[in-house]
Design a protein around this ligand. Structure first.
Ligand code: SAH
Ligand code: SF4
Length: 394
């Protein structure tokens, strides 16, 4: 029998993928963690601060993804780093660019999970909408992400990695001194408004945003980062103290009954508890105002009475109200409010002294759909052509 078996003459070993070796990823480590990592591979204690600064600058200022190019480190240090650590960010699976310049990336993270990132260019800024979780444990009834089971929290490396891959794609790492003085940035703002509840993944989000703000790296001002929460009340003060970014809150309902149906976390922390936490935010974070996000759902939360109740509730809080026309998805239980209804709502809020912009159905509107197209494509088996059609409508 053995004579019938094929004889393999040229049998050679395929090298193992370095990813399978699971080296610790330096991307996403705080400065303090990076120091500990370096100490662990024999970098002398007296050099730690200097080496950390050098490596930090290569990774987050220059955007380098290999240790070989870190030319101010000796060859032996570079070899040690390559042997022991990885520099990994999420991988782009697809990239779509709409006619108005909006870019949508579908990216893959460890374990094969996928999340979406949206880049929205405007005249005076470029905003990146990033995700903090794969899916979401919360189940807001108007949100498509909420229909997906939570798969997992993203690591800090996967969160800051989303910013880094957008900078790669925009070719926005300074190559020389002139580049670094260029003040008009393509990626000037970050919004945590993609998939997931950022305050249910607090430490990773905080560490990633601290990296984004670090003046020797990506160096985004804390006033250019907005974290959106559905209302995780106990974490709001910590957000002010430990991140200090701007805060947006998914408000959406003006009575506990309505808000409880739309944003079920309201049953845990109701409107009055939420308002209490929001009142202290500007002082604790030294920021000017809070953004109230309000999705406009036909005949559910869009009456003039709702608008009046809203301005009464937020009295005393420096605020801006973003009115978001509902972004419909397959089998969604709601409809978008009529434009005239949204306008009337907006005028009441405006007359009460608050900016009340209506999120544009094009361009900016893709942000409302942040994280949702992916779940649509997975759950409803949307055809590629339908997705393409939707993207080009944006
Ligand atoms: N989990 C966080 C951040 C992600 S959601 C939060 O809830 O705040 C980002 C924003 O998109 C939130 O204000 C959310 O309420 C809104 N949103 C979700 N689904 C939407 C839809 N179908 N149409 C319009 N806005 C939606
Ligand atoms: Fe989660 Fe935010 Fe969607 Fe609610 S609106 S389900 S908190 S992602």
């Amino acid at each position: 029998m053995s004579g019938d078996l094929p004889i393999v003459e040229d049998f050679h070993t395929v090298p193992r993928s370095p990813k399978l070796e699971l080296k610790p990823n330096l991307i996403g480590q705080t400065r303090a963690e990076l120091e500990i990592s370096l100490l662990g591979v024999g970098i002398p204690e007296r050099q730690l601060k200097m080496r950390t600064t050098q490596i930090w600058s290569w990774i987050y200022y220059r955007g380098l993804r290999s240790f070989d190019g870190m030319t101010n480190l000796s060859k032996s240090i570079r070899d040690t780093l390559s042997e022991n650590f990885a520099l990994e960010i999420p991988k782009v699976v697809t990239k779509q660019i709409s006619s108005d310049g909006t870019r949508k990336y579908l990216v893959r993270i460890a374990g094969g999970h996928e999340v979406e990132i949206v880049y929205i260019p405007e005249k005076d800024r470029g905003t990146l909408c990033i995700s903090s979780q794969v899916g979401c444990t919360l189940t807001c009834s108007f949100c498509h992400t909420g229909t997906q089971k939570l798969v997992r929290n993203l690591t800090s490396g996967e969160i800051i990695g989303q910013v880094m891959l957008a900078k790669d794609d925009l070719n926005e790492w300074p190559k020389n001194e002139i580049d670094s003085q260029n003040s008009q940035r393509l990626l000037s703002n970050i919004v945590l408004m993609g998939m997931g509840e950022p305050l249910y993944n607090f430490e990773s989000v905080r560490d990633a945003m601290k990296i984004a703000m670090d003046p020797e790296g990506i160096s985004l001002s804390r006033r250019r980062i907005t974290l959106s929460t559905s209302g995780v009340v106990p974490m709001i003060a910590r957000t002010a103290q430990e991140i200090g970014c701007l805060l947006a809150v998914s408000f959406h309902g003006t009575t506990d009954e309505i808000r409880g149906k739309l944003v079920p976390i309201n049953k845990k922390w109701n409107i009055s508890e939420l308002i209490g936490a929001l009142k202290s935010y500007p002082r604790l974070s030294n920021s000017e105002r809070i953004t109230f996000e309000y999705v406009m759902l036909r005949d559910v939360n869009d009456s003039d009475e709702d608008a009046h109740r809203l301005v009464t509730l937020i009295k005393g809080i420096p605020a801006k109200i973003n009115l978001i026309p509902f972004n419909e998805w397959p089998n969604a239980p709601y409809k978008r409010s009529e434009p005239s209804r949204i306008k009337s709502f907006s005028e009441i809020v405006y007359k009460a002294g608050y900016a009340s912009p209506i999120r544009k159905p094009r361009g900016e509107d893709i942000m409302a759909a942040c994280g949702q197209l992916k779940s649509a494509s997975k759950k409803e088996s949307k055809s590629k052509s339908l997705i393409q059609e939707e993207i080009s409508e944006i």
